[in-house]
Each structure stands twice: as C-alpha cells, then as structure tokens.
Design a protein around this ligand. Structure first.
Ligand SMILES: [Zn+2]
Length: 146
C-alpha cells in the first residue's frame, strides 16, 4: 500500500481473474470504493486489449524476415567421404604392395611430381580462399537492411 490506498501494482494484480491479495490489501479493497473503481478500470482495459484484432501489416512480414535470414549451410558430404574411404584404401594398399617398384620406375620424376603437386595444392588453396572471400562479402551484403 502507498499512503491510504493500494499501489498501482496491487490494483493491477487485483484486476486479474486469479488474483489472491494479502489479507490487509484484500480488506482495504473490500471497503474502498476508489480502489474498487480502479480495479474495475484495469479489468475493462485488460478486456479491451484482449479483444483487439491482431495487428495487420500492409506487407508480408514473415516473407520480409525470411528473406533477411541467411541460408542454411549445406550438410557435410558424408556420402563423398564414404565413397572416398574405399578408394583411399585401395590406393594405400597399392602403394604398400608396389611402392618399391614405383619408386624405382619414377626415381628421376620425383622432383617434377613434387613441383606439380605443390602447384596444384597452391591453386586449390587460392581457390578456397577466393570462395571464402566471396561468401563473406555476400553475407555482409545480406546484413545491410537498406
Ligand atoms: Zn483505497
């Protein structure tokens, strides 16, 4: 209670259908016409707000929000991993069985193969880096809401 009458918070609580006020506040409310009138006003206000129609927009709010959300990432390609595992197993088995023979056959070509491998790996890393940069710019463009 504030002063002689119930506080606004208590009046709002009393306006709820399931309100259970402490004994002193309930006794005051029972005997005070001013507080009863305020509670009735809060009840009318609550009923009026509950009966308002839901807000309607001139545009499709859900579509506008969904358009701003980032697209979900594609799932990890487990099928490719399952397909690549047996292939790698065959290659590893082949190298274990015939590695010595291959090393003798390609003795002079190892430096050339290594240089080619480094060149291909560099191209792959550069391509991945460019793809990441393009993706990052696209995501930053999606974040601007104008
Ligand atoms: Zn009162």
């Amino acid at each position: 209670m504030i002063g002689l009458h119930l506080s606004e918070r208590v009046l709002q609580e009393a306006a709820e259908p399931t309100a259970q006020l402490p004994a002193a506040e309930a006794a005051h409310l029972h005997g005070c016409r001013l507080c009863q009138g305020r509670v009735a006003t809060y009840q009318q206000l609550t009923t009026a707000v509950a009966n308002l129609p839901p807000p309607a927009f001139a545009f499709d709010l859900a579509a506008a929000v969904l358009a701003q959300l980032p697209r979900p990432k594609p799932a990890f390609p487990w099928v490719l991993v399952l397909a690549a595992a047996p292939v790698l197993g065959v290659v590893a088995t082949f190298l274990v069985l015939f590695g010595g023979v291959l090393a003798q056959a390609f003795q002079g070509l190892f430096t050339l193969l290594g240089a080619g491998l480094v060149a291909v790996a560099s191209l792959l890393v550069a391509g991945q880096g460019l793809e990441l940069l393009v993706q990052h710019r696209r995501q930053l463009r999606l974040l601007t809401f104008s």
